[in-house]
Design a protein around this ligand. Structure first.
Ligand code: ADP
Ligand code: ADP
Length: 226
């Protein structure tokens, strides 16, 4: 696990307007931060800068005591979960879970151990040999989370992971992510525009507007009626 620090973080896209500016945030070890705000406010850009998928224009991101842009992507120890699942269609669930670890030359016994733990946590053990196309949307999203869990990363980044699911499944998966968080206590940044997800999951909420932090607080503080 690791703390994450954003120091005066900013992003201007080439030829574009400012997408993110002057963001300062200290995320504690094991803390679950939810980023909310209207479409276009910079949530995804901020998350991608933390992941090292987007270059940083100003300021810095620190993971633990290291500056993220100075860490090789493969060594960043961050796992990201996307809304489009990003599973490999030609591989079984087990192969999808193992793929990233194999690339990192993790020993087979260790891969098996981690795959089994993830399968147990996410209750996907009964379809480890199926291909993604034979799974429901909710099952696919569990596998996508499994790929993040097996990495045993210092931090999870979630980019609207439930937004492709129907309403009923979204509620169920929201509670599952809550359980996951209780069990693993991995430092997390979670982007959503679903207020119930934000209230259920967040230790603290960060409200972005026009690329800037408008408010930071617990769900009660942020959603309290005036
Ligand atoms: P959100 O995730 O909150 O919807 P984004 O981070 O996607 O917001 O976008 C923030 C701002 O940056 C928006 O004005 C968007 O149009 C702009 N933007 C996002 N990606 C790019 C890009 N690749 N090139 C130029 N502008 C971009
Ligand atoms: P691993 O399983 O080890 O995370 P991947 O091959 O899945 O490795 O991903 C390699 C890189 O590509 C990662 O940094 C990941 O964040 C990024 N990536 C994977 N899928 C997507 C996606 N659907 N959209 C954007 N970036 C992605």
């Amino acid at each position: 696990m690791a703390s994450i620090t954003l120091n005066n973080l900013g992003k201007v896209y080439p030829g574009g307007a400012r997408a993110v500016g002057n963001v300062n945030l200290d995320i504690a070890d094991g803390e679950f931060i939810v980023l909310v705000g209207p479409s276009g406010c910079g949530k995804s850009t901020l998350l991608r800068m933390v992941a090292g998928l987007e270059s940083i224009t100003d300021g810095e991101v620190r993971i633990g005591d290291r500056v993220v842009n100075q860490i090789e992507p493969a060594d960043r120890d961050i796992a990201m979960v996307f809304q489009n699942y990003a599973l490999y269609p030609h591989m079984s669930v087990r192969q999808n879970l193992a793929y990233g670890l194999k690339n990192r030359r993790t020993p087979k016994a260790e891969i098996d151990r981690r795959v089994n733990i993830a399968a147990e946590i996410l209750q996907i053990g009964s379809f480890l040999d199926r291909k993604p196309r034979a799974l429901s949307g909710g099952q696919r999203q569990r596998v996508a989370m499994g790929r993040a869990i097996v990495r045993e990363p210092a931090a999870f980044l979630f980019d609207e992971p439930l937004s492709n699911l129907d309403a009923k499944l979204r509620v169920a998966m929201r509670l599952e992510i809550k359980e996951l968080q209780k069990r693993l206590r991995t430092t997390s940044i979670y982007v959503t525009h679903d207020q119930l997800e934000a209230m259920t999951l967040a230790d603290r909420l960060v409200v972005l507007n026009g690329g800037r932090v408008e408010q930071i607080g617990t769900p009660l503080e942020v959603y309290r009626r005036p």
